[in-house]
Ligand binder design. Structure first.
Ligand code: 5RP
Length: 236
């Protein structure tokens, strides 16, 4: 890992949520005036959206990766564009469930992985904002989210079992969680993903997989990592 810079401040006793707030604020440095930016989903991004509210008059608006983020953006008066209305974005800012030393990530803990991948694909730069608990040596510690077409769930679960994984359908209120796209999420434990690019390509072509939560083909270009010694800027 090549750590380019560390902020001067020390923050020895910050909570995880405070670290998330710190990187959410730091991400404003990547928002250029008069642009439309891509916005991810999750508790870290929620801090970023709050911070973005302070410069809402300087940007044109956002393309959002979830209904939840859209509602937050709009509540602050930030215009939200449909992804189809925007040809490209120069930055996409989002959190992650895991990130490794190459900038490869696992995402989807908030079930928004498909739209996150779509918006990330429109952006030139992916800025990942995380607290340091998300740093891993190899992807696979966090249960891997995979958005699936419900009729293919059991078949896909068997395919993961053949790779040593155990897949469970994510539940909400005692029922399978339904994503913003009307699909289900499998959370897969027991995987050790040594080649994220090959793994993402493999799983993506299984019938019924909408999106696998490995972000390797669309990895981060920069990670802003909240640590006990401040925000580290890590380029890849
Ligand atoms: C949502 C995501 C989030 O970026 C990921 O789950 C991290 O969330 P948080 O910032 O709440 O820790 O991928 O689908």
């Amino acid at each position: 890992m090549n750590t380019a810079s560390t902020s001067a401040s020390t923050a020895p006793s910050l909570t995880q949520d405070e670290l998330k707030a710190l990187v959410g604020q730091a991400a404003l440095a990547y928002v250029r005036p008069n642009t439309i930016i891509g916005v991810g989903t999750g508790s870290t991004v929620n801090h970023f959206i709050t911070a973005l509210g302070t410069m809402k008059d300087q940007i044109k608006g956002a393309v959002s990766s979830s209904v939840a983020s859209t509602q937050r953006l709009q509540a602050l008066g930030i215009p939200v564009f449909d992804a189809n209305e925007v040809e490209s974005l120069d930055v996409y800012i989002d959190g992650a469930d895991e990130i490794d030393s190459q900038g490869y990530m696992v995402k989807g803990g908030g079930a928004a992985l498909t739209r996150e991948k779509i918006v990330a694909a429109q952006a030139t730069q992916f800025i990942c904002i995380v607290d340091e608990s998300k740093l891993v040596t190899a992807l696979g510690r966090f249960p891997l989210p995979v958005e699936v077409i419900p009729m293919a769930t059991q078949r896909i679960a068997r395919q993961f079992a053949a790779l040593g994984g155990e897949a469970r359908v994510r539940q909400k209120d005692g029922q399978p969680l339904v994503t913003d796209n009307g699909q289900h999420i499998l959370d897969v434990t027991g995987l050790h993903i040594t080649d994220p690019l090959a793994f993402e390509s493999l799983v993506n072509q299984w019938p019924g997989v909408v999106t696998v939560g490995v972000f390797a083909h669309q990895k981060a270009q920069v990670c802003l990592m909240g640590t006990a010694t401040g925000v580290k800027t890590i380029p890849y």
